[in-house]
Each structure stands twice: as C-alpha cells, then as structure tokens.
Design a protein around this ligand. Structure first.
Ligand SMILES: *Cc1c(COP(=O)(O)O)cnc(C)c1O
Length: 386
C-alpha cells in the first residue's frame, strides 16, 4: 500500500516536470578526454565538462592515483578525525594553502559538503547571510542549514548589497557575505575588491566559492588573484572536482579558522575521508597548476578567441553562456549543435532563473584551436550567435 502511494507520488511529480519541459535524464557519457565524449553512443566534441585543464585524464594524475591505491587501498576507512586522515591529506592541504596564499586549507568530501558544512560554523540564528542572487544551490543550502537570516543581493551589484547592509546589518550579530568568485552559469567574475571593502565597512566576513576560478583565473590561483591587487578573502571555498580534475572540496583560511572548521563542520566531522587515489591525484594537479602557467592560461585564451569570433562580450573565465531565454529554444539549440557534432548542454531552471535558459559552453585546455573555431561556425550556421 505505502509502496504504491509513494510510487504514485513520484509519477505525478515526474509528469509535472515533463509538462514544463524540466524533466531531466541521465545520458551515458564516456569521456575519452575533456574534449571528446561518447554521448549516448555518439562521439561529440564536448564543451560540457568542468575538467578545464584536462587533468582528470592526465598521465601524471592517473599514475599518482594508481600508486596511492596500491599503497593505501581504495577507501579511507573512517572519518578523518577518527582514523581516515592518511598522510597524503597533510601534503595536499599545505600545497593548496601555499597556492592560494593562505595559512591553511581543509579538505572536505566534496565542494557541496564544504559549503553546507562551513557556512553554519560561522553563522547562526542571530546572524545575517547576504548572498549574490546567482549563488550555487549548495551555498543556499548551507545558509539555510545555519538558520541565519538570508538575504540576496542583485547579481554582482555592490550597491544592492550595500543598501541591504545599511538597513539590516545593525539588527544582527555576525554577518557573512557570500558570492561565487567566477559564476558557474554566467562565467563572469564577482567584483571582489568592492565586496571586500563593503565587508570591511560593515564588519562582515567575505566568503567566495571559487569552484570555477581555481586553475583558470588569476594565473591559476583563483579569483582572489584575478583583480588588480590580491583580494583578502578570509573564507575561500573551492572544489577539487573541476579544474583539479579529481574530487573533493576545500576551504582555505587562517590556521585558527581551519581548525575550528575541522572541529565543528558537521559534513567534515561525520563523513568518511576521500579515497587515497583522489587525494594523490589532486595533489599532483595542484603541483601542475602551481607550475604550468602555459596550461592554466589556455582555457581563457580559447574562450576569448571564441567570444571574439561570434561577437559576444569578451570572456572573463572558461565559461561562456549564450542565453536564449526559452526552455524549448535552449533544448532545440543544444540538439542542433549535437547534430553538428558538439556537446553543449542546455541549462534550464532551477539551475538558472526562469526566462534565462541558456547554452553553457565550457572551454578546456585540451580543446584544439579547430575545436573552438568549429564550434563558432556551428553556432553561426544554427543562427545562434547574437
Ligand atoms: C560544482 C560546484 C560546487 C560543488 O562542488 P562539488 O565538488 O562538485 O560538490 C559548488 N559551488 C559551485 C559554484 C559549483 O559550480
């Protein structure tokens, strides 16, 4: 009885998604490289992958993962505070902190877990969290778990944030301002120097989610390094699953802040450590990012060549959106590019605001110049360039 009512519930919810063209399906995707995939058994040139540097398939990261697996096994066996903190963790945390110019770094099981664990450590029910309206779902989840009052400011609009702080800040104890350093669905950079100044003025702490910044902007060191002067951001979150090519999340901060997170973030304390292969591969990637400027420059170079070719505003990261508005239109556009041999996903609500469905193009260091000019031509043939 309960099985059938639960099943009915799921079916009616799925039918509602179907009617609004928001039902999504898993396609079997075999990645041959960050630029070539077999997608439902068709080979496509992929612009749908966040492996911006091709490190997920780099011989050095694969070798490090194999070696770590053979030496340390396939699983951590426990949470890091119990017995899962094998030696590779310390090396990765110190190398990551060095790259980001912070005293310390804390590795989490994923970027999602880093955000939902960290935000409640620093904000509670007496506090205010101000988020950019385009912030990733896991930032909003973390804010909601914290039980702080959450207000959003208009995307990248420092005046909008300032107005909220002027009228609200005094009512709350502590205040966090959270933004993405590089926006995942828009590819633009947050105005970090102005937000840091605003935070300072209102006695608030600035936190950035740099999932799409590390390895790509600021010489590979991320969004704090992508402005005229290095921006002092006390809480810098990011992921090891995008340009780093592996898996896991991190927070870079001072030593005391990192230690408090290791003690209090529930998704850190109560979740098993990552597999040794993952940490070994990520460490290899961080070494590559720290030393190979030619590699880290390439995704942005490709993105800029593309935006010049199709007459879009100049790219500021590896991500270029083409907003088409309507959900149907975005699906048709994605399908016609697939016909032409390119995998470019349509991004629909709720990932992006209603009325802003789009194609999201992600450039990788392993794309060739021909891949990039081929996509530009395919867009023009499909009448999709604006
Ligand atoms: C991907 C992403 C995350 C989540 O990171 P995972 O390591 O994939 O869990 C968080 N924030 C942003 C902006 C992202 O794009």
């Amino acid at each position: 009885m309960s099985t059938s009512t639960l099943d009915e519930f799921a079916k009616s919810k799925l039918a509602a998604l179907e009617r609004r063209k928001l039902r999504r399906h898993l396609a079997t995707t075999r990645r041959k490289s960050s630029a070539r995939v077999d997608y439902n058994d068709h080979e496509l040139i992929s612009f749908a992958c966040n492996d911006y540097l091709g490190l997920a398939k780099h011989p050095a990261t694969i070798a490090a993962a194999v070696e770590a697996t053979e030496r340390d096994g396939v699983g951590a066996g426990a949470s890091r505070l119990i017995s899962g903190n094998y030696p590779l963790y310390k090396t990765l945390e110190s190398k990551l902190a060095r790259l980001k110019g912070t005293e310390d770094a804390v590795i989490f099981g994923s970027g999602y877990l880093a955000n939902i664990g960290t935000i409640p450590v620093f904000a509670g029910s007496a506090d205010l969290i101000l988020v950019d309206e385009f912030s990733h779902s896991c930032i909003l989840s973390g804010a909601s778990i914290s039980r702080a009052t959450v207000k959003s400011f208009r995307h990248n609009d420092v005046d909008s944030a300032s107005k909220i702080l002027n009228s609200q800040r005094a009512k709350f104890r502590r205040c966090l301002i959270i933004t993405e350093g590089v926006f995942s669905m828009d590819g633009d950079l947050a105005p970090l120097p102005a937000l840091a100044e605003l935070a300072e003025h209102h006695d608030a702490w600035l936190m950035t989610d740099d999932a799409h910044g590390l390895g790509v902007v600021g010489g590979g060191r991320g969004s704090s390094f992508a402005h005229d002067a290095v921006v002092d951001v006390p809480l810098q979150m990011g992921t090891l699953s995008k340009a780093v090519g592996a898996y896991g999340g991190y927070i870079c901060a001072t030593h005391a802040v990192a230690e408090l997170i290791r003690n209090r973030a529930r998704s850190f304390v109560f979740s098993t450590g990552l597999p040794p292969a993952t940490i070994a591969a990520a460490t290899e990637s961080i070494d590559i990012i720290a030393t190979n400027q030619e590699l880290t420059a390439r995704p942005l170079t490709h993105a800029r060549r593309f935006t010049h070719a199709v007459d879009l505003p100049e790219a500021s990261s590896a991500i270029v959106p083409i907003v088409v508005g309507d959900v149907d239109k975005s699906l048709d556009a994605s399908a016609s590019l697939a016909e032409a041999g390119y995998l470019v996903p349509a991004i629909r609500p709720p990932t992006v605001p209603t009325g802003t469905a789009r194609l999201r193009i992600a450039f990788s260091a392993v794309h060739s110049d021909d891949d990039v000019s081929g996509l530009a031509s395919a867009l023009e043939s499909a009448g999709l360039n604006r």
